[in-house]
Write a protein that binds this ligand. Structure first.
Ligand code: ADP
Length: 631
């Protein structure tokens, strides 16, 4: 064994996290103990899991526990666990780099100003490095389970750390904090007891500490257990208060902020399980990338795995929490999980309980919440929707069984009111003669709102849902209807507006009257449009483009193309507003060249109004300029 001391420099991001943690979390520094105890509990969980198959791993040291050792003379606090321990290589990589790729990317993307923002720091959690909130220097002595060797890691957080061989009688890890002058209280009994009670009561392994018991001559020093040491989710709801649920969440997720909501449930019967699922207050900065964490799977209180994707559908990937099954075998692996019928049952419970939680939230009125340090009145469901709605929508598309319930949870913007609107409310507001749910999709709310396609609908007092997420049109296609009312795109097919016989007749006459002109336009634009017809869709604009009733919208086609799919160019229908001055003027235009110019202009305008760039923008502006010169 080498006896030399090695020096290593921290990965650049670690230095940043360190200075961030120390500077921004100063006023909350007591959380260091929650973070370190949480790491110790995880290490014991991992050991416990491995010992299921490696029967000799526990050896004589079967009493799994965390110990807090105070030394008031030396000014140290040690967090000791007899968990899985770390090898030399693990010490270097786990405590010298930031492994979670998400955190690293986040760190790199933050500006100096953002780095002062405590809520952003919360996104990746502080973890081990929070030790430096209270310590000038930290010594970690660790011995990996199954190994004879112990290693020491030591740092003053000044850019580097040291690794050298060490001594430890049994497996596990000591994190020794050499307390700062102004943090000496953490070597005293009561401050430590208080912090443990506040933040770590739920920890499922006993946290033990030596304390002075009794009075006068009866005084003696005794080890006591500071926490309840029962897995929080096994306790009954009536025993627990909000603060306990919140602390559990924070330690579990390393999230800095309070969770938005949670559901704690037990299922009994053929299958038994307990679950505690949380919805965070904020979406991770990159929801697409799955973060370590997710939902942890336990079997009979034994930790099995982090982020058990088999029991949580992709579209609930924002969930955090634990699920504890009584039925799965303890030696369950991902492969077994993928095949086991119990897995499907558990997943169904996770989905069902989460949807119920969301339905409850959706019914709730405003509550007072502190968001980013500001206390405001908010509807929790709206907060949820803004953070995670986009992900939940994937469920409408992918999960046929949940589709109907999820449809009730959808929220959209609407042409008649600001804010978010559910389909139930939309339907309730429909005037008697409105038969369909109208929607229009565009890249931005402003474009959707100003879309020519919805002019006539608005004029009639029909509300139009404004959709701006890429996935929206697909989920509407998947849903087809809500509450017996079909979804109708304002930009597809015919609008089927209720009309009187006279109105119908007038429309037919207009189509006939404009017939020859429509044919002339068609001739000019033949390469681009399928037909040209008069419309009752428009009131203010001269023209718009629509797709076939069952065809894809231009936006859907574009999205597919951008995703690398081959999509044939479908010609669309050009609709002209027979009451518009431009259209009336065109009818009288004899000069064929001029007529062709105007036709192209109408077509390009229709494209622009829906947010699409004309194929030849230069030609478009030339035509506009020529028109202006003539005016
Ligand atoms: P996180 O716990 O979020 O991964 P930390 O910075 O808190 O981040 O810890 C980094 C890693 O160091 C942990 O993932 C774990 O592998 C290891 N580690 C920390 N503390 C211990 C411990 N007491 N015993 C074993 N491993 C530990």
């Amino acid at each position: 064994m080498s006896t030399t001391v090695e020096k290593h420099v921290f990965q650049a991001e670690v230095n940043e996290v360190l200075s961030l943690v120390v500077n921004s979390l100063y006023s909350h520094r007591e959380v260091f103990l929650r973070e370190l105890i949480s790491n110790a509990a995880d290490a014991i969980d991992q050991l416990n899991f491995r010992s299921l198959t490696e029967h000799t791993l526990l050896g004589g040291d079967k009493d799994l526990r965390i110990e807090l050792i105070r030394d008031e003379k030396a000014n140290t606090l040690t967090i000791r666990d007899n968990g899985v321990g770390m090898t030399r290589e693990e010490l270097i990589s786990h405590l010298g780099t930031i492994a979670r790729s998400g955190s690293k990317k986040l760190m790199q993307s933050l500006s100096a100003e953002q780095k002062k923002d405590i809520t952003l720091i919360g996104q990746f959690g502080v973890g081990f490095y929070s030790a430096f909130l209270v310590a000038d220097s930290v010594t970690v002595v660790s011995r990996k389970a199954g190994s004879e060797d112990a290693w020491v890691w030591e740092s003053e957080a000044k850019g580097d750390f040291e690794v050298r061989p060490g001594q430890r009688n049994q497996r596990g890890t000591d994190v020794i904090l050499h307390l700062k002058d102004d943090a000496k209280e953490y070597a005293e009994e009561w401050p430590v007891r208080e912090v443990v009670r506040k933040y770590s009561d739920y920890v499922r392994w006993p946290i033990k500490m030596e304390v002075e018991q009794g009075h006068g001559d009866d005084k003696k020093i005794e080890w006591i257990t500071l926490n309840a040491a029962r897995a929080l989710w096994t306790r009954s709801k009536s025993e627990l208060d909000d603060a306990q649920y919140q602390e559990f969440y924070k330690a579990l997720s390393h999230d800095w902020q309070e969770p938005l909501a949670w559901t704690h449930f037990k299922v009994e019967g053929t299958h038994e399980l307990a679950g505690l699922l949380y919805i965070p207050s904020k979406a991770p900065f990159d929801l697409v990338e799955k973060r370590k964490g997710g939902v942890r799977l336990f079997v009979k209180r034994v930790f099995i795995m982090d982020d058990a994707q088999e029991i949580v559908p992709e579209w609930l990937r924002f969930l955090r929490g634990v699920v504890d099954s009584e039925d799965l075998p303890l030696n369950v692996s991902r492969e077994i999980l993928q095949k086991d019928a119990t897995t499907r049952f558990i997943k169904k419970q996770v989905v069902g309980k989460t949807i119920s939680l969301l339905e409850d939230l959706a019914k709730e009125g405003e509550t007072e919440r502190t968001v980013d340090g500001e206390t405001k009145k908010v509807r929790r469901y709206e907060t949820f929707w803004e953070e995670f709605g986009r992900v939940l929508k994937e469920g409408v598309y992918h999960d046929i069984e949940s589709r109907e319930r999820l449809a009730g949870l959808l929220r959209f913007h609407s042409s008649s009111n600001d804010g978010w609107h559910g389909l139930q409310d939309y339907v309730a507001r429909m005037p008697a003669d409105q038969k369909s749910i109208y929607y229009v999709a565009a890249d931005s709310l402003a474009t959707a709102k100003a879309s020519p396609h919805i002019e006539a609908l608005k004029k009639r007092g029909f509300e139009v849902l404004l959709m701006t997420d890429t996935i929206d049109e697909w989920i509407v296609d998947a849903l087809r209807e809500f509450d017996g009312k079909p979804f109708v795109s304002a930009a597809k097919g015919a609008l089927d507006l209720p009309e009187s016989d006279e109105q119908k007749q007038a429309k037919e006459e207009k189509q006939k009257h404009f017939g020859p002109m429509l044919e002339r336009v068609q001739k000019v634009l033949d390469a681009n449009v399928k037909t040209v017809r008069v419309t009752d869709r428009l009131t203010d604009s001269p023209a718009c483009l629509v797709s076939d009733e069952h065809g894809m919208s231009a936006r859907q086609e574009r999205v597919l193309r951008e995703a690398g799919h081959e999509v044939p160019n479908q010609k669309r229908i050009l609709e002209l507003n027979p009451d518009h001055a431009v259209v009336k003027k065109m009818e009288a235009l004899q000069d064929e060249a001029q007529f062709a110019d105007w036709s192209s202009l109408l077509y390009d305008q229709a494209l622009l109004a829906e947010g699409t760039l004309p194929a030849d923008p230069a030609a478009f502006s030339k035509r506009v300029a020529a028109l202006m010169a003539k005016a």
